[in-house]
Design a protein around this ligand. Structure first.
Ligand code: SF4
Length: 364
């Protein structure tokens, strides 16, 4: 897998999807069997993955099984919950103790690890020694909203690799610059993004948006740039992504990315969405919509709402496979609705493209 490659897979089987991505990336063949493999999930809080905040445990187990199947023995899960929550409790909630027994891996709570203080771009950061000792670091972030940095994915997931004292300092330093700086010290060697049902706008979850997809890449900056577009954001709206590019961590050049879809989305939109997602549904007329397509529309509507222009939308948006081959008046999302008066192309279209499409309609 090259740095400009991104592989995407759809479905509702996290274990099988993870294996498909790893087989595609061919990572095991490029590593020594004695390599120390470290998995860094997102366990910001001790809550199950269905809330949209934490990495699905089946993804973590599938990565371990992949490396075990390829003869690797030295594997750890390394993480720390946010300041004030217990990592041990998060490990328990996600069933990691069974993984220790079944696969002989180790769990490392960064809050209890030793640290090395490393200067980067003017910031003195206490980073976990286990993370620095890893030969191959796999980041397993959740693509979701964040109340302070707008969104979080690969670059920000590294914040779980530092001491609680450094985490507090990151907030006083404004988050964006130190997040980018941290990734110059140690960045992920591979990123497998859990984009199954990341939260609409909050890192703690509560408003999960079902999108039933995962994607992989080796450049954390490119992965985050792509993730931002899936959530309906311009890269410039997430300062730490562009700062990380300035610091040489990776590239935001999505136009030059080689994006490969390993399958098609055949999963349906959620039957009972929760909270704010349910409110945004009032702007849609869905009929057999694929979940990633529908999730992108929900993200786009949320972005327009945050800009205060959603209430100017004077009609509902059609989406779904039942509109294939049909003509209709009004707005549609995806190639299934290309017979409508106005339709945004793509299968599925990115949330950012949907945002621009609806904005233009409102302006016209
Ligand atoms: S355009 Fe149609 S087929 Fe394609 S993802 Fe959307 S609903 Fe599914």
């Amino acid at each position: 897998m090259q740095p400009n490659d991104i592989a995407m897979v759809y479905g509702n089987d996290p274990s099988g999807m993870t294996r498909k991505l790893l087989d595609h990336c061919g990572i095991a063949e490029s590593l020594s069997k004695t390599a120390y493999i470290v998995l860094k999930p997102n366990l910001v809080i001790a809550a199950t993955a269905d809330g949209g905040a934490t990495t699905h445990p089946e993804i973590v187990e599938a990565v371990i099984r992949y490396f075990k199947d390829h003869g690797f023995a030295n594997i750890s899960i390394v993480e720390s919950a946010w300041v004030g929550d217990s990592t041990a409790r998060a490990f328990k909630v996600h069933g990691y103790e069974r993984l220790v027994e079944e696969y002989g891996i180790t769990l490392v709570d960064v809050k209890k690890d030793s640290y090395t203080t490393i200067e980067a771009h003017g910031f003195a950061i206490e980073i976990s020694d286990t993370i620095m000792d890893s030969d191959f670091l796999i980041s397993l972030p959740v693509l979701k909203g964040h109340c302070q940095t707008t969104m979080t994915c690969a670059l920000k997931n590294m914040k779980g690799c530092i001491s609680d004292r450094s985490k507090r300092q990151f907030h006083s330093w404004g988050l964006h610059d130190p997040i980018a700086a941290l990734n110059t010290v140690r960045k992920a060697d591979l990123v497998l993004v859990d984009s199954l049902n990341g939260d609409l706008d909050f890192e703690e979850g509560g408003n999960p948006v079902q999108t039933n997809r995962m994607f992989a890449g080796r450049d954390s900056v490119l992965v985050d740039t792509f993730g931002a577009s899936l959530m309906g954001f311009e890269t410039s709206e997430i300062p730490y992504i562009e700062i990380a590019e300035e610091f040489g961590v990776g590239s935001t050049d999505l136009a030059s990315a080689n994006i490969v879809e390993l399958n098609r989305d055949t999963t349906g939109a959620p039957y009972r969405p929760s909270g704010r997602v349910h409110e945004l549904e009032d702007y849609t007329v869905a009929s057999s919509a694929c979940s990633a397509c529908y999730g992108n529309l929900i993200h786009a509507l949320a972005r327009l709402d945050e800009r205060g222009i959603l209430s100017d939308l004077n009609q509902k948006i059609h989406i779904g496979q039942d509109y294939k081959g049909k003509t209709g008046c009004g707005l549609g999302v995806g190639i299934c609705t290309n017979g409508f008066t106005r339709s945004v192309p793509g299968c599925p279209p990115k949330a950012l493209d949907i945002v621009k499409f609806i904005e233009k309609h409102i302006q016209d």
